[in-house]
Write a protein that binds this ligand. Structure first.
Ligand SMILES: [Zn+2]
Ligand SMILES: [Zn+2]
Length: 98
């Protein structure tokens, strides 16, 4: 008997083996407790007004948590990641000049 979908509650991924999707099957295979899979950033688009930071992969508020470019499009990194990137750059510069 086979089902079309993973039996894990709330999981819509196709059945891979033992009525589990590939991700949940791997969790079971590794002896882990089945848990909600981390949604791959290209698997499910975020809700309207939400945006995924490509650096930390958190789903954040598109308006509030992302800087806009001069062109009006949003950065792919959230403010936090963007700032930490800039700080890292500054720190690197300091090291060079010191
Ligand atoms: Zn699943
Ligand atoms: Zn981020």
């Amino acid at each position: 008997m086979t089902t079309e979908k993973c039996v894990f509650e709330g999981c819509d991924r196709p059945n891979h083996a033992k009525s589990l999707c590939n991700g949940h099957y791997m969790q079971q295979h590794r002896g882990e407790e089945l848990r909600v899979l981390q949604v791959h950033k290209f698997y499910a688009p975020p809700a309207p007004g939400r945006k995924i930071c490509t650096a930390c992969e958190r789903v954040l508020d598109a308006e509030r948590d992302f800087y806009s470019r001069a062109t009006g499009t949003k950065h792919t990194w959230c403010k936090e990641c963007y700032k930490s990137k800039q700080n890292a750059r500054k720190a690197a510069k300091k090291k060079v000049s010191a």
